[in-house]
Design a protein around this ligand. Structure first.
Ligand code: ZN
Length: 63
């Protein structure tokens, strides 16, 4: 597993896609749980950090 440094504003690509078809999520909050916003439909979720780490395919740093 690659070691990623997650920061607010980054875009994370997860292995599983959201029902709307997007796999990209904007990071709104980091911690033991992350808050992510779907880049496709804007839906927000809370997800455990370890699940984000386990399911990350790519991480793009904010510009
Ligand atoms: Zn979505």
């Amino acid at each position: 597993m690659a070691a990623y440094t997650y920061e607010v504003g980054d875009t994370v690509t997860l292995k599983k896609q959201h029902p709307c078809g997007s796999k990209e999520w904007e990071i709104l909050r980091v911690g033991a749980d992350f808050r992510l916003k779907c880049k496709g439909c804007g839906h927000q979720i809370m997800i455990a950090r370890r699940l984000v780490e386990k399911n990350t395919r790519d991480l793009r740093k904010k510009a």
